[in-house]
Ligand binder design. Structure first.
Ligand code: PBG
Length: 324
C-alpha cells in the first residue's frame, strides 16, 4: 500500500482536538444589537425575530443587565422613532430616542462599549438612507445630515460611530465633523462593504425602515461583486476608518476573508436579521440543532477573519459558551 497521510491521528480525542483548534469564539467577540422605542413600559417581541425585543428606555435594563452579566463588552443601539420626516430629523435631534438611550446606557453601565449606528433610513418617511429629491437619493447633501447625526451621537456619549448609510465620502465627512466637534478620540467602524441584500427583511420589519419607493441598489453594493468590495474598503481606509465591517455575514464569508488579507484594520461582520430568523425558524420546527448550528456559524466568521461579530445570537451564544 502507498504511504498516505493519517489525519485522523490528530482527531482521536476531544483533548487533542482542543489542543490543535485554530479558531475560537468567545463572548468578547460579540456586539449585541438593542432596539429602543419611545414610550414607557414597552418590551415587545419582533414578530419575525423571535427572542429580539423592542424596549422603551425604562425597561432597557432587562436587556442590558443580561448582556453585561454574560461578559459581552458591547452593544449597538438602533432607534425606532415614533415620528419620521423627509430629512430624518429625529436621527440628529438632541433628544432623539437613540441620543436618550446612549445617555442613559452610559450613565448606568459606564464601561459597556456603546456603538451608534449612523444612518437615516429609520428616521426618514421615505425610508432611504439619505435625503431624496425627485426620486434621487442625494449624496453630498446627505453627508451633512449624517455628520450631524454622528456628532449628536458622540455628544450623547457614544464610544464608537458606525456609519451604515453607504453614501460616498461618509467616512471623511463624519471624521471631519467629529474632529471639529472635539471628538477626535472616537473611532469609526465603517460598514464599508454593505450589500443590497434580501437578508435585511426582518430588520426592516423591526425598525419600520423599508424604502417607500424603489430599493437601495443605487447605494448598497451588488451581491455579485467582490473586487468592488476592495475598492469600497480602500476608500474608507483612506478616509480614516478605524475598522471595517462586512454586511451581511454568512453569504459573504469570502469578502470577510479578502478584507482581512488586504487591509490591516480589524474586520467586523454583521450577522444580519434574515440570517438569524432562518436559523430560529428551522430550530422552532425541530429541523436543526440550534446551538450547534449557531456556534458553527460564529466560528466560521472567526475562521474567515472577523475579529468582531455583530449578531442577534450574542446573548444565547455567550450563554452556551459559558455552559461549555
Ligand atoms: C440600514 C440598515 C440595514 C440594517 C440595519 N441598518 C439595512 C437595510 O435596511 O438596508 C439591516 C440589519 C439586519 O438585517 O439585521 N442602515
Amino acid at each position: 500500500m502507498k504511504p498516505f497521510a493519517r489525519h485522523r491521528r490528530l482527531r482521536s480525542s476531544e483533548n487533542i482536538r482542543r489542543m490543535i483548534r485554530e479558531h475560537h469564539v468567545a463572548a468578547e467577540d460579540f456586539i449585541s444589537p438593542v432596539f429602543v422605542v419611545e414610550g414607557e413600559g414597552i418590551k415587545e417581541e419582533v414578530p419575525s425575530m423571535p427572542g429580539v425585543f423592542h424596549y422603551s428606555l425604562d425597561r432597557l435594563d432587562e436587556e442590558l443587565s443580561e448582556v453585561v452579566e454574560l461578559g459581552i463588552p458591547s452593544v449597538i443601539v438602533f432607534g425606532v422613532p415614533s415620528e419620521k420626516d423627509a430629512c430624518g430629523s429625529q436621527a440628529y435631534a438632541e433628544n432623539g430616542i437613540v441620543q436618550q438611550a446612549i445617555r442613559s446606557i452610559k450613565e448606568r453601565y459606564p464601561s459597556l462599549y456603546v456603538i451608534a449606528d449612523t444612518c437615516l433610513c429609520q428616521y426618514t418617511d421615505h425610508g432611504h438612507c439619505g435625503t431624496v429629491e425627485e426620486g434621487e437619493i442625494l449624496n453630498d447633501e446627505s453627508l451633512r445630515l449624517l455628520t450631524q447625526t454622528a456628532v449628536s451621537q458622540a455628544e450623547a456619549g457614544a464610544d464608537m460611530i458606525a456609519p451604515s448609510n453607504m453614501m460616498d465620502g461618509f467616512v471623511a465627512a463624519i471624521r471631519e465633523g467629529l474632529d471639529e466637534a472635539g471628538f477626535e478620540r472616537i473611532p469609526i467602524l465603517s460598514y464599508a462593504v454593505k450589500y443590497a441584500s434580501a437578508f435585511y427583511g426582518p430588520f426592516r420589519d423591526a425598525a419600520h425602515s423599508s424604502p417607500q419607493f424603489g430599493d437601495r441598489r443605487t447605494y448598497q453594493m451588488d451581491p455579485a461583486n467582490a473586487r468592488e468590495a476592495l475598492r469600497e474598503a480602500a476608500s474608507d481606509v483612506a478616509e480614516g476608518a478605524d475598522m471595517l465591517m462586512v454586511k451581511p455575514g454568512m453569504a459573504y464569508m469570502d469578502i470577510i476573508h479578502r478584507l482581512k488579507e488586504r487591509f490591516d484594520l480589524p474586520v467586523a461582520t454583521y450577522n444580519v436579521s434574515g440570517e438569524y430568523s432562518m436559523i430560529k425558524a428551522a430550530a422552532q420546527k425541530g429541523w436543526i440543532d440550534e446551538k450547534a448550528v449557531v456556534l458553527e456559524m460564529l466560528t466560521g466568521f472567526k475562521r474567515a477573519g472577523a475579529e468582531l461579530i455583530l449578531t442577534y445570537h450574542a446573548k444565547e451564544a455567550a450563554r452556551w459558551l459559558r455552559e461549555g
